[in-house]
Design a protein around this ligand. Sequence first.
Ligand SMILES: *[C@@H]1O[C@H](CO)[C@@H](O)[C@H](O)[C@H]1NC(C)=O
Ligand SMILES: *[C@@H]1O[C@H](CO)[C@@H](O)[C@H](O)[C@H]1NC(C)=O
Ligand SMILES: *[C@@H]1O[C@H](CO)[C@@H](O)[C@H](O)[C@H]1NC(C)=O
Ligand SMILES: *[C@@H]1O[C@H](CO)[C@@H](O)[C@H](O)[C@H]1NC(C)=O
Length: 357
Amino acid sequence: MAHLTKLLFVSIFVFFVASNMPCRVQGQPPVPPVPGVFVFGDSISDVGNNNELPTQSKADYPPYGIDYYWGPTGRFTNGATIVDVLAIYLGFKQVIPPVVNAKDIRQGVNYASGASGILELSGKNLGANFSFKKQLAIHGITISRLTAIMGSEAATRSFLNKCLYIVTSGSNDYLQNYYLPVSATRELYTPERFADLLITEYSQRIRVLYGYGARKIALFGLGRIGCIPRYVMQSNGSCREDINAAVRLFNDRLSALANEPNANLPDAKLTYINITGIQSGVASQLGLTVVDTACCPTERNGFCVRSSTPCGNRNEYLFFDEYHPTEVVNNATAAGAYDAGPMDASPYNIRTLAQLP
Ligand SMILES: *[C@@H]1O[C@H](CO)[C@@H](O)[C@H](O)[C@H]1NC(C)=O
Ligand SMILES: *[C@@H]1O[C@H](CO)[C@@H](O)[C@H](O)[C@H]1NC(C)=O
Ligand SMILES: *[C@@H]1O[C@H](CO)[C@@H](O)[C@H](O)[C@H]1NC(C)=O
Ligand SMILES: *[C@@H]1O[C@H](CO)[C@@H](O)[C@H](O)[C@H]1NC(C)=O
């Protein structure tokens, strides 16, 4: 019976994968072009790392995961995250596991943690403390574990050089720091200087990651944060264009960082994934009808009310809670990142980056 259920699930799953993927994606490669994927970042990519952390930033309860096979796992959406779907596109049979309970780390792990940011301070208002910096420190521990498994430092190094690295960080430096109602950071920095600060820190993190052997590194830009339900509700139905403008300063600098000839990082292949660009056409492309309201009833902090009943037509909503897109949008974003054109990924989309020698 268990076998039958599993088989049924697998075939339904394969059917869905086959039927829901846009036709420009030519199905899974038989063998992934990279041996593993490591994910760093925030709730966009968190797949359960916050579950045991003392933070308000959690998604391990219903209705999160309502459309996910395993239910609420700590993913901040109703179903799969962008990185889950990318792993499938890349040909992995399983999603990349959260570092906190990964049984098998040989295809990489995911360190992403909701509410975390580039700056140590960002997200502390919610209690979280799995910053980008801390995630890198934990990566160091993973590398020791891998060396024990692989038997030699050389083999581990070669593996790490071939893997794909995805970074989705920066949103919370705006959401849970600069644009908090009361923010010392905002008093200290203009948006330009703040973007400079973030990029300086970010490039240091990338240098550390590179030192750990990373070569193929995808830097995800930020979306139009000023248009999330959280802000639209506070500003009488319109986007906070001041926030969008500040985020654009960050994105422009991040894109430049990914595209500058980097003499200090020999053999590094960085790329910038333009999430704003990729998501700009998604609402009309998917025929979404609700783009400024959360699908689930939300708490004051913007997360779903525990055990609440979300909207039924989830494939018509852009947002699941006040911050995070629905699965249907994540799927479209993953498809976009995988096969992006030169306006939306520079210099490489995910497919090309993964296939580079
Ligand atoms: C988070 O911070 C608390 C209190 O400072 C600490 O006890 C805990 O170990 C930290 N967790 C992580 C994952 O760093
Ligand atoms: C929203 O509308 C209310 C009432 O019309 C007004 O007092 C408030 O300033 C508006 N807020 C914003 C951010 O526009
Ligand atoms: C990303 O895409 C948007 C929308 O197409 C475009 O305006 C912007 O210049 C692109 N590049 C960056 C770095 O965001
Ligand atoms: C999103 O993609 C996943 C993985 O390919 C699939 O299982 C799911 O059905 C898709 N969801 C939607 C709403 O298209």
